[in-house]
Ligand binder design. Structure first.
Ligand code: ADP
Ligand code: MG
Length: 314
């Protein structure tokens, strides 16, 4: 998927993301944040990546597609007071732009959700045709208005997740490096392959993100090494450490960047945004070099490729 290996080392943390370079290409991607396991950091990633990408002046939309509405509450929007929400949009009863809420502080637009979404799941299941493409169709009118659209998926491989994967260009998979994590991952990869062959052939894996990472835990390090062995450069270099500020930010209804911007959690999600932007730029460069042969290979990629972007004191 990714043509080049990144040369980021521990010293090249979020600062590299910096303010966006003038020539930075917009990412223009719909990214589903998915893992059928609960509590792995999907919502934390969706909210904080949305805020971090918005901080680099990308236009970002976050779709909450989990009936628990955690991304909604974590963005400071009261899920019990919604005029319209993702259920209405999914069932085609409300246009998506009429249901969006501006998240401030945060700098992104949110399609909020609450438990009403469970009803949508049931309605979708009983539909005869077109039930997998509801979200894709609903998002279509606004795709070009955003650089990145992130979807926070529920912890299940259900119709809501299927709708997200059909609407998405890529899947970002947060995972904890635990004993059964790899097994769960192969179920998800199987689902992604099914979606690819049935409904969305260009669906890619955006990357696998190690979350709540504790480097003192031997098992976590072992699972992490296996992950890199199986998935290579699809594993993000950026590692999200276990960090109390990330856990407490939702209770203030704010992305961590606006709760404690110096925290390791905030720096880690800025680093992730930076890594994604760098990858995009490298792909762009590779494409340009391919189009202009003869100038290729000026900088051979670092084949070792093991350097990881970790916030300073991990
Ligand atoms: P999911 O959406 O996959 O169910 P969440 O993002 O809601 O997972 O995370 C589950 C719990 O773990 C939440 O209470 C969240 O605040 C906490 N959490 C997530 N990531 C971290 C982290 N890096 N450090 C500490 N706590 C975290
Ligand atoms: Mg969640």
């Amino acid at each position: 998927m990714r043509g080049m290996v990144h040369q980021a080392g521990p010293e090249s943390n979020f600062c590299d993301a910096g303010p966006p370079r003038v020539h930075s290409p917009p990412m223009k991607r719909v990214i589903a944040v998915a893992n059928q396991k609960g509590g792995v950091g999907k919502t934390t990633t969706a909210v904080n990546l949305a805020a971090s990408l918005a901080a680099t002046k990308r236009r970002v939309m976050l779709l909450d597609l989990d009936p628990q509405g955690n991304a909604t509450m974590g963005s400071g929007v009261d899920k019990s007071q919604l005029q319209s929400s993702s259920v209405d949009v999914l069932l085609g009863e409300v246009e998506i732009n009429a249901a969006l809420v501006r998240v401030d502080p945060g700098g992104f637009d949110l399609l909020p959700a609450n438990q009403d979404l469970t009803a949508a799941e049931v309605r979708l299941l009983t539909m005869m045709a077109g039930r997998e493409t509801k979200l894709r169709n609903a998002v279509a009118p606004l795709r070009e208005s955003y650089d990145v659209i992130l979807i926070d998926c529920p912890p299940a491989l259900n119709m809501l997740t299927v709708n997200s994967l059909v609407a998405a260009d890529s899947v970002l998979i947060p995972m904890q490096c635990e004993y059964y994590a790899l097994e769960g991952l192969s179920a998800l990869v199987g689902t992604i392959e099914q979606i690819r062959s049935a409904a969305n052939e260009s669906l890619e894996i955006e990357g696998i993100l190690r979350t709540m990472f504790d480097p003192r835990n031997n098992l976590a390090n072992e699972v992490s090494a296996q992950l890199i062995m199986h998935f290579g450069d699809k594993v993000f270099r950026t590692i999200i450490p276990r960090n109390i500020r990330l856990a407490e930010a939702p209770s203030f209804g704010k992305p961590v960047l606006f709760h404690d911007r110096e925290s390791r959690g905030a720096l880690a999600y800025l680093a992730l945004a930076g890594e994604m932007i760098r990858r995009e730029e490298e792909e762009q460069q590779t494409a340009t070099q391919a189009a202009a042969p003869g100038e290729e290979g000026a900088e051979a990629a670092d084949e070792s490729g093991n350097a990881e972007v970790v916030p300073n004191s991990l």
